[in-house]
Design a protein around this ligand. Sequence first.
Ligand SMILES: [Zn+2]
Length: 469
Amino acid sequence: MKSIFTFFLVITLIISSIYNTQAQDLEPRGGEFIFNPDKVPCLTTDQREAIKIETNNNIEALKLQNKLAFNESNSRGGHPLFIWPLKQADGFSYNNTWAISGYVDHNSAYPNQLTDYNCGTRTYDAASGYNHQGVDMYLWPFIWNQMDNGQTEIIAAAPGQIIAKNDGQFDRSCDFNNNIWNAVYIQHNDGSIAWYGHMKNGSVTTKNVGDMVTLGEVLGTVGSSGNSTGPHLHFEIYTDNSYTQLVDPFMGTCNNMNSTSWWETQIPYNYSGINAALTHTAPPVIFPTCPTPETPNTSDSFQVDDTIYFAIYLRDLVAGTNVHLSIIKPDNTFLYDWNFTNQATQSSGYYYWYYTGVYDQEGEWKWEVTYAGETVTHTFNIGALSVDDEVLEPITIFPNPTRHSISIKTTKVLESASVYDISGKLIKSVNFNETSAYNIDISNVSKGLYFLSVVSNKNEQESFKIIKQ
Ligand SMILES: [Zn+2]
C-alpha cells in the first residue's frame, strides 16, 4: 500500500513538474476589445450648436446678474493645467478603470483622413463631415457593470464655474440615435470652456448653473447617454465662449491647435498598463449584447479542486511587449511563473488562463502581473477560509444600503464582525461581549461595496454584501 502511494506521489510530482515547465506556454484565451468600432460621432452638428447657444445664453444671464466668475478685463493667468477627468470611486480596487478610444482629429479632410496630435490615427471622422473634436475615454474592462456601479467618477479637470448642465436623459445608448446627452459645462479662470459629456442618468452634480466647482470635484459618473456606443466620457475644450478655437489638451507634433499641453502631467501616447488582474470561477462574459451588463464571474474564494481562471485586463497593449505573470502559493513559492508577449497593438485587451487540480496548499494565494513598469497583485483564498463553509441560522442585517451603521439581528451569540473591502482588505473589526448591541458604525468608511463577515461564539461564519452610501 505504501509503495502504491509512493508511486502515485512520484507520478504526481512528475506531472506537476511537467505542468511547471509547460503550463506557462499554454495559449491564453481572450482577445481585443475595440470601443466604438463603427465610429459613431459623439454629437451631431445641431447638438453642438445647441450647446454653444445654451452655454452662451447662461453666460449672458450670469453676467447680467453680476455672477459670472470669468472677467474678460481681469482674466487671471494663462490656460488651466488639467488633472485627469476620471477617477475611480471610493470602495473599488481596480488598478485603473478606463482606456482611450479616440483623440482629437487634426486632419480637416474626411472621411478616413485621420491625424491625432501625435501624427498617428487614434481618432476618427465621419463621411458626414465630422472630425472628432474631443478625447474619448471608455470604461474597461466591465464597461456596463462599472457604469451601473458608478465605479468611475467624472471630476473637474480644472476649477471653474458651471455654465450649463443637463441630466435626466436615457443613458444606455448602444448606437447613433440623436439622443441628448447628460453633461456638465465648466468655464475656467481664463475663459476657456470644458464639456464633459455622456454622463450616467441621475449622476450629474446637484450644483446649479453659476455655482463654482473645485479642482477634482465630482461632476457625475460615466454613462452612455446621447450618441454613444457604450459608457465613455467625451471631453471637449474651447479657448473661449466664441467657440472659434478648439483645444486638443495633448501637445504633440501634429497638434495644429495649441502649442502647449493643457495637462499638468501629460500621459504617454500609448499609456500601457494593467486595468485589473482578477480570478474567476468561469470565463468572464465580457461582450454581451449591448447594453446588457457583463457577467464577470469573479471570485476570490476557491476550493483546492476548483478550476480557477486567471485573467488580465490591459490597456494600450503594444505588439512585442512582455507581460510577466506569476501564480504564487501561500508559502511564497511559484505554482507558475511565465511571460506572455502581446502579439498585437490594441487599445484594450483581456487574456486568461485556467488550471485545475494543481492547488496543493490552502491559504492566501497571489495572482501577480507586471506590465509596462507596474505590478498588480491580486490575492485570493483557497480552502478553509471560504465564506460558504458554515452557515448560521438566518441572520438579518439592516439597513442595507446604509449611510451610518449596520445592525445584525440573530438568535446566535456573536463573537465578532468584520468589514472587508472588495479586494479583501480588512476595513473594520468589532468584538462583541454579552452586553453588546450588534451594531457596526461605518460612518467613516468610504462609499462603496463591502463584505460583512460575522462570526458566532461557536466559530460559525457568514458573509454579507453591504453597500455604504
Ligand atoms: Zn467623443
